[in-house]
Design a protein around this ligand. Structure first.
Ligand code: PA5
Length: 466
């Protein structure tokens, strides 16, 4: 028995009615299609393109991250991660998922001397100033994370912070406040690390940003704040192991990808909602959003034909979104599948007092716990969706700890590359963001790049009232 169960009963026709998948197909055409997708992924894995599959077994990478975290233990009060996209979302997911969203609010004693962790993943100058004015830079370590070592946002923030640190502690000492996590050979960060002796960790060549959470990208900051990083990898290995099977009915990542892809292709459910019933997993839904969007939203299929395909991932969180988005999910267009994540098993919980037992409008709550209320609402929402003919499935996780979170991250990463094969796109590239990058370079005057041909703003199409 593994700690994760996929309940896909609300995806099958027998329970959902129209829009559900005929369960027999899971042993027939959908099983065949998945077998082909699985073989395609296994072939990419064998050819070394999908390095994230190897991360659970990369004891050297784990050792480097742990050793550096150990060496830096107790030296800094704050850790700031400078990175964007896949280079930032994973660390936030690990911090929130395993230490809670209020980790930074805890006292030094409560954190057992571990640093607070902040993430700078935007170049909004106000937000950058808000953070640096709040921190004692002398007590802060900056982990600059960039696979390419050249991302404009990350490099600009690095330069800003480096300038501030030079002013604060001097040129000699500024470098001691940085750890770079980057490509083993290429990019500006690697070059600076080598020429100036700055501490650095490597992201394996074949591991792209959004698949890198279980590399040094996530492991180093997680180890520094006291997460059981070996446990994370052990859980990830579990998911890898049970996803080796090409039998659809036995492969949860395969079922997740197949059912979401089929709902999109055959029932027009192009919006895939990730909705954990857990505040700690709110960040996970944003991590998943980036993974699903950047991997599957593509202009070309694998033969080069223009297809403009891909599902739209939508983050949500239970129960909060029951009072925001669920109305739309239940009564709006039938273009969504909701993937719930339920954390089961013993959790910290709170009794709801019975002291208002005589008041019928609240009395029924007494004698229950807040956790029971949350679980009842999750079950009720899944059932309400089903009764309204809206497809949904649930990933049930037995307790949230390093090992189960590692398993969840790996399972959903594997589902993503299966989905890539089913959508017939390359899940590892992101050519669509290139044009914007090049135009930005042009606007900033980088040599070899042209600014946009059109001059904006165009006064004909602007309105400033009054
Ligand atoms: O998933 C991806 O590949 C991207 O989101 C990258 O993580 C993001 O663009 C940042 O790239 P880099 O790590 O090279 O700075």
């Amino acid at each position: 028995m593994t700690p994760i169960t996929l309940d896909f009963s609300n995806m099958v026709e027998e329970r959902l009615g129209t829009g559900g998948v005929d369960a027999d197909r899971l042993g027939a055409d959908l099983a065949d299609r998945f077998r082909t997708a699985h073989e395609q992924v296994e072939a990419s894995r064998r050819s070394g393109e999908m390095g994230f599959f190897d991360l659970p077994y990369d004891s050297e990478g784990l050792g480097h991250a742990q050793e550096l975290a150990q060496r830096l233990e107790g030296r800094f009060e704050n850790l700031v991660i400078i990175g964007i996209g896949g280079s930032a979302l994973g660390a936030r997911t690990l911090r929130d998922g395993l230490l809670g969203t209020l980790w930074n609010e805890r006292s030094n004693e409560e954190r057992a001397g571990r640093p607070r962790m902040y993430i700078l993943d935007n170049v909004d100058p106000g937000a950058v100033l808000d953070l640096v004015e709040h921190l004692d830079l002398r007590r802060t370590l900056f982990n600059v994370v960039s696979k390419s070592g050249s991302t404009a946002e990350t490099m600009a923030l690095y330069l800003v912070i480096e300038g501030m640190l030079i002013g604060e502690v001097g040129t000699e000492k500024a470098g001691e406040h940085f750890v770079f996590t980057t490509d083993p050979e290429h990019g500006a960060l690697r070059a600076i690390a080598e020429s100036e002796g700055i501490e650095s960790l490597s992201i394996p060549e074949s591991v792209g940003g959004r698949f890198s959470v279980l590399s040094a990208v996530g492991l180093f900051p997680a180890a520094l704040i006291g997460v059981d990083v070996a446990g994370l990898l052990a859980g990830a290995a579990r998911a890898d192991e049970y996803c080796r099977t090409p039998t659809l009915r036995e492969n949860p990542a395969g079922l997740m990808a197949t059912l979401l892809h089929t709902a999109h292709r055959e029932s027009g459910a192009s919006i895939h909602v990730m909705m954990p019933y857990s505040e700690r997993l709110r960040s996970f839904s944003f991590w998943f959003q980036q993974l699903w969007a950047e991997s599957l939203g593509k202009a070309h299929d694998l033969s080069g034909k223009i297809v403009h395909t891909g599902p739209t991932p939508l983050p949500a969180v239970g129960v909060t979104d029951q009072h925001a988005q669920v109305q739309l999910f239940i009564e709006g267009p039938r273009d969504k599948v909701v993937v719930f994540v339920a954390v089961t098993g013993a959790q910290r919980d709170l009794d709801i007092g019975t002291h208002r037992a005589s008041m019928p409008t609240v009395g029924y709550l007494g004698g229950h716990t807040v956790g029971q209320l949350m679980e009842a609402e999750r079950q009720a929402t899944a059932e309400a969706l089903r009764q309204s003919g809206r497809a949904n499935m649930t990933l049930e996780i037995e307790g949230l700890d390093a090992s189960t979170l590692g398993e969840l991250l790996m399972l959903t990463s594997i589902a993503t590359v299966y989905a890539g094969a089913l959508y017939d796109v390359n899940p590892l590239d992101q050519p669509g963001v290139e044009l914007g990058k090049q135009l930005t370079y042009g606007l900033l005057g980088r040599e070899g790049y042209d600014p946009p041909a059109r001059s904006d703003p165009d006064g004909r199409w602007r309105l400033t009232p009054g």
